[in-house]
Design a protein around this ligand. Structure first.
Ligand code: ATP
Length: 203
């Protein structure tokens, strides 16, 4: 699986629709200070469901929408699309048959947000599920290696290191599902207990 292109519109400094093709395995982004190089990485994180404002270098969720400049008015919508070449079939499940997978996220200034997989509306959960275990999944994603991350990994506590290893081994997806199922079982047990209480009150 390889990221083969990024399309941005209204995201941070990328106000006009911009297509960044990534045709080879190695691409360098160069430009003067403040021209938007890091915004490209923020865009990748954002589409994949990043919620930490710190990681997105933003003050709040709507801050990723182009908020105007000396010559341009703010816009009302940010959209970023990642295009993945999946000809190696690394992304399994219902999308395994697709040689190209696109993931898009849109955010309106009123706070409405929508995700799309191959142009079909989907939930954020569908996007995170798809990438868990590929190195791009969840909070232990290691596909984006930012400044200071290598030393953070070296100095990580065993539990934290284990979480990275689990993502690399592709098992974080199953642990995630187990956590979710356990929480549903707990909720169901509580509902049953409540139901039994009500029943004994009525009898
Ligand atoms: P450096 O080389 O100094 O690290 P860079 O090329 O990585 O810089 P970025 O940090 O990606 O630059 O981009 C910073 C620019 O993005 C600033 O000019 C900032 O005003 C602009 N910017 C960030 N968020 C928004 C936004 N919501 N609307 C408009 N412009 C924005």
């Amino acid at each position: 699986m390889r990221l083969s292109g990024i399309k941005l519109a209204g995201f941070k400094s990328f106000v006009d629709p911009t297509h960044l093709p990534l045709p080879s395995n190695l691409t360098g982004v160069v430009g003067p200070n403040g021209c938007g190089k890091s915004n490209v990485i923020d865009a990748v994180r954002w589409v994949l469901g990043e919620t930490s404002m710190k990681n997105l270098r933003s003050a709040d969720a709507e801050d990723v929408i182009f908020n105007g400049s000396k010559t341009r008015k703010p816009v009302g919508r940010a959209s970023v699309e990642l295009i993945f070449d999946n000809s190696d079939g690394q992304i399994a499940g219902p999308f395994a048959a697709y040689a190209e997978i696109s993931v898009r996220r849109e955010l309106m200034r009123d706070g409405n947000s929508q995700y799309y997989l191959n142009s079909r509306k989907c939930l954020k959960r569908d996007v995170t599920d798809l990438f868990l275990g590929t190195g791009l999944g969840g909070k232990n994603q290691y596909a984006i290696i930012e400044q200071g991350m290598v030393s953070r990994m070296i100095e990580a506590k065993p539990e934290e290191l284990r979480q990275w290893l689990e993502e690399a081994a592709g098992i974080s997806k199953y642990k995630d599902r187990r956590r979710e199922t356990e929480s549903r079982i707990k909720q169901t047990r509580e509902n049953l207990a409540r139901l039994n209480d009500l029943r004994s009150e009525i009898q």
